[in-house]
Design a protein. Structure first.
Length: 154
């Protein structure tokens, strides 16, 4: 449980570096996609830590390997609207990451990665939206720390 949470915090530090350093000098859709992959990894470790906490407290008997089953199990176990919002965001990030993307204005401030997810929804991801995604990941890790240790700050 602690190791998974530590891994999530480490991934979040990598996302921080990608956002504030790498993306500053390499404004490409591929860099944005890489940042989204790291955000997904951060969420995955956070979800794993929450599941391990639930298993330790004997709320669940086993931890499934399937991502969808993990999310459903967390929703059912904790029944918290804030956690449900984080899990919905995580699923959305996964859809964005798996979709084919197009890019415009690469190497400029307004670089935009455009994807169409399974329901036909077109999502445009730019640097400002990535910052919101990064903040949501930070909020999720703070939530996970609160649930596990009662700690607030990273």
């Amino acid at each position: 449980m602690k190791e998974a949470l530590d891994n999530a915090i480490t991934e979040l530090k990598r996302v921080d570096h990608l956002f504030y350093v790498s993306l500053k000098y390499t404004r490409t859709a591929d860099m944005m996609k890489h940042m989204i992959e790291r955000l997904i990894s951060t969420f995955s470790y956070g979800i794993e830590s929450l599941l391990k906490k639930a298993k330790e407290e004997k709320k669940i008997s086993n931890i499934p390997d399937n991502i969808g089953l993990r999310c459903k199990l967390l929703r059912d176990t904790f029944n918290d609207p804030e956690l449900t919002n984080f899990l919905n965001f995580y699923v959305r990030l996964r859809k964005i990451q798996m979709a084919k993307h197009t890019s415009k204005e690469e190497y400029r401030r307004h670089v935009t990665m455009t994807v169409t997810i399974d329901n036909g929804e077109v999502i445009e991801v730019n640097i400002d939206i990535l910052k919101e995604y990064y903040q949501t990941a930070k909020d999720f890790i703070s939530y996970a720390r609160r649930m596990i240790h009662g700690e607030e700050e990273l």
